[in-house]
Design a protein around this ligand. Structure first.
Ligand code: NAP
Length: 515
């Protein structure tokens, strides 16, 4: 069995102490093991700060962008082998695995392009000079790389994309990265990081990789370090509360749970209606519903409830569940036994205010796996009679292939229902009647990091709401953690210090131009 090591202070090192086995979620066979006891995490951070940081900051944005391009190409070159690892350790279908891996390489490439555009500079001006006294006195805001380490803690569902998207923004901004993926699905994260290290692309200390539990990592962070966390709200809260981080004023970005909604607007054209059904079904089944951006709440005009229910159920019925190593399987298991338990318990909570209209809670017959093995859960479409009254639907994220139909009448009611989710990553709105579309977009924007509007003109080509785009921000207020990542320059700002430099305007401009 493969024993996964960490890459710290420029070397591969194995941890000691109790080890955790990584399993194939379809068969429950062990595929790798990892231990992270006894690792010198303080030393790793010091090395990243003192060796990786200066080397990265000495490069221009264009040069850093070139590193990202090489990382993207190196990972892409091993795509087929990585797909096999994702099937073995993530329960991914081939299509799920490609979604994760291509998300990683395309995001790296998008930031490589941005680096090229930013060119030879090493610091960025932020906006136009601000007049102070009407004479030569002016102020210019400037963004420069922080001199610490970007510590990235990832969730289990995107072992490649999860770390690569964070690393792309931080490295382009000029900060060294220490990335810690979720342990249960670390095989793909480990191999992708190993590919980048072995290819010798990055300066020493620019990319560190911690495999296994975080141990005392956060205790050693200092004020100019940054933590970017993706995972559950309760873990996010415990990270935020870490005394060392509070004491030192370490920046913490949290990407957490979200009860994403899809809203069908009354009178949608056939093309828009089909896009709505397509996106709901894709989000329920892709990665077995284990996407932070997946649609959990499906708002439909009460007058169209029956049509929507039938269309979604028909499409769900065509999805074959089983061992993702088999070609015709469209949905694999959830990633771990704990996830399976959580999904089961979460569904019971949702059933307090809903009934199942497709699938039977707890009942699933996966194809191609040993009897009784694997962390499989059924596809479930639930329906609420009282959309706002079904409280658990608006409070509890079931991280699996489960969504709830919520009938509504009128835009005001739709706003109330979506807002009951208390802040989210993304909501998608499908319709062709501009008046309600406008009310929904303006009424939901303050509740979300991203809104997807689909009308008949873009219905066929629109990118599914579950896909996070490198050029647009990812994150959301409230329950979603209050964080913000990606979005080009916006995402890089997390890793930069904004400084107002005031004085003799032309002189300041010359000084900054030389940066
Ligand atoms: P999780 O249990 O919260 O774990 C997330 C990460 O935190 C893992 O790497 C975990 O390491 C680490 N961790 C746990 N305790 C820690 C501690 N005390 N100090 C430092 N790190 C710690 O979440 P998950 O089960 O992997 O992911 C599922 C959740 O993530 C869902 O709720 C989903 O909504 C959310 N998610 C959000 C986004 C987003 O962008 N908003 C994206 C994906 C997923 P170990 O694995 O070693 O325990």
């Amino acid at each position: 069995m493969i024993r996964l090591a960490s890459h710290l202070a420029g070397k591969w090192v194995e941890g000691s102490g109790p080890s955790v086995e990584l399993l194939n979620p379809a068969t429950e066979e062990p595929v790798a093991s990892v231990a992270s006891g006894g690792l010198d995490l303080r030393g790793a951070l010091v090395h990243a700060r003192n060796v990786g940081g200066p080397a990265l900051r000495a490069l221009s944005f264009a040069e850093r962008g070139l590193l990202l391009e090489k990382m993207s190409k190196a990972i892409h070159a091993e795509r087929d082998a990585l797909i096999d690892l994702a099937i073995a350790n993530g329960g991914n279908t081939r299509s799920d695995a490609k979604f994760d891996l291509d998300g990683a390489t395309q995001t790296l490439m998008a930031y490589a392009e941005l680096g090229k555009k930013l060119g030879d500079r090493r610091v960025l001006g932020d906006g136009e000079p601000v007049d102070i006294s009407g004479s030569r006195l002016q102020g210019q805001h400037v963004l420069s790389a922080r001199h610490g380490v970007a510590v990235h803690i990832g969730a289990f569902n995107f072992p490649a994309w999860g770390w690569a998207e964070k690393a792309a923004t931080a490295l382009l901004a000029g900060m060294p990265v220490l990335t810690k993926p979720a342990t249960a699905t670390a095989l793909v994260a480990h191999r992708t990081a190993q590919i980048c290290v072995e290819a010798g692309i990055l300066p020493t200390g620019a990319l560190s990789f911690l495999c296994g539990a975080a141990g005392d990592l956060l205790e050693h962070l200092e004020w100019h370090d940054v933590v970017a966390f993706t995972g559950g709200s309760s873990t996010g809260l415990s990270i935020r509360k870490t005394e060392a981080l509070l004491r030192q004023g370490v920046r913490v970005n949290v990407e957490a749970d979200s009860l994403n909604a899809a809203v069908l607007v009354e009178g949608a054209s056939d093309a828009t209606f089909h896009a709505f059904v397509r996106d709901v079904v894709r989000d329920m089944s892709q990665k077995t519903g284990q996407k932070c951006t997946a649609i959990r709440r499906v708002l439909t005009p009460a007058s169209e409830l029956e049509r929507v229910r039938e269309a979604i159920a028909e499409a769900l019925a065509a999805i074959k569940i089983g061992n993702p190593a088999l070609d015709d399987i469209r949905m694999g298991p959830v990633a771990t036994a704990a996830q399976k338990r959580d999904v089961g318990a979460g569904v019971q909570k949702l059933l307090e205010g809903t009934r199942a209209v497709f699938g039977e809670p707890g009942k699933v017959s996966p194809v191609g796996v040993p009897e009784g093995k694997g962390f499989f859960v059924p596809l479930l479409l639930l329906e609420a009679a009282d959309s706002l009254g079904a409280k658990s639907v608006h409070e509890h994220e079931v991280f699996g292939p489960v969504a709830t139909l919520l009938p509504y009448s009128g835009s005001e009611r739709a706003l109330q229902i979506v807002r009951a989710g208390q802040g989210g990553l993304v909501t998608s709105i499908y319709g062709d009647d501009r008046a309600p579309l406008g009310e929904l977009v303006l009424g939901l924007a303050p509740w979300h990091g991203r809104l997807v509007v689909v009308d008949e003109k873009v219905a066929e080509k629109s990118v599914a709401p579950g896909t996070v785009l490198p050029g647009l921000v990812h994150g959301g207020p409230g329950r979603a953690g209050g964080g913000e990542e990606l979005g080009g320059l916006r995402g890089m700002a997390l890793y930069q210090q904004r400084t107002a430099v005031q004085g003799n305007g032309p002189l300041v401009a010359k000084l900054l131009g030389a940066g």
